[in-house]
Design a protein around this ligand. Sequence first.
Ligand code: ATP
Ligand code: MG
Length: 327
Amino acid sequence: MSTFRDLSGITPSGQLTLGNYLGALRRFVQRQYEVDGYYFVADLHALTVDHDPARHRQLTTSTMALFLASGLDPEQATVFVQSDVSAHVHLAYLLECTAHVGELSRMIQFKQKGHRPGTRASLFTYPCLMAADILLYGADRVPVGGDQSQHVELARDLAIRFNSLYGDTFVVPELEPVALAARVLDLQDPGRKMSKSDPEDAAGVIRMLDNPDVIAKKIRRAVTDSDNEVLYDPKHKPGVSNLLDILASLTDQPPRDVATSITTYGQLKQATADAVITTLKPIRRRHDELLKNPAELNRMLVMGAVKAREASEPFLAAANQAIGITR
Ligand code: ATP
Ligand code: MG
């Protein structure tokens, strides 16, 4: 096994979507055999905005069940819930003591949403928690999509500053821009991406747990255009190209090849719905089984938490020691 540590979290800010599966989960499952993988449900990051505790608890459990149901193997990778490993919060505080107010004020989320009345202080400080998520595991390369690069840059800056103030403690992570698989776009508004935090009943968002009828209906109603020509052209035909991208990604073919084998929009929608349903059905079944068997789910959660605590402990101890906490 390579010593490269791959680390990624997903915040349970809504029911996971087909985009989360194709863009993240499926890649985790493939990579777990090649790298030392750390995959976690970032439950603490969902608390920076208004939330309902019962829904939060349910989403955290369901997201973990989807990680496992998609094929993440707790023996192979370290699969855990962030809040089960208290070192994340502890190190986040040490990094708050390293970060400057100025650099946190420049983070995009805070700039966009931080000045509304009632903004939680954690919306200002969460980038330190994210830096802790990364630095705790000595991740040397962090695969990130464009929207996350500012967070990894901050983690790098904090690691470098901490090391120079208190002595060499953290591995300084490199950004590894991932060649993002095509972004899955909203079926009703292919001008933007599908997102789990969209309203629960959004017709353009396919959830991993939608039942087959709902999936077929959402895809049947997907926005296309009036040319009635199946062509892969994301710029001029975003709706049709999005369906081709989904189908291509699920069947492991280039979208242009898929386009040549299909003649009508009706056929395209039918084939896409069939492929999505075939992929998600067993995952949904396994998810439901896990939720009905809390002992099994719990056993896997404990295994993940123990592995994550073991892996993070040396880095937390080194940070405590360096900053002057005696114990
Ligand atoms: P939120 O609305 O809370 O931001 P999200 O659906 O955008 O939710 P993130 O938590 O931002 O999801 O990202 C989790 C992972 O899913 C990341 O690896 C991200 O690149 C991937 N991802 C999210 N949406 C898509 C999408 N539409 N297509 C492909 N990948 C996606
Ligand atoms: Mg997002």
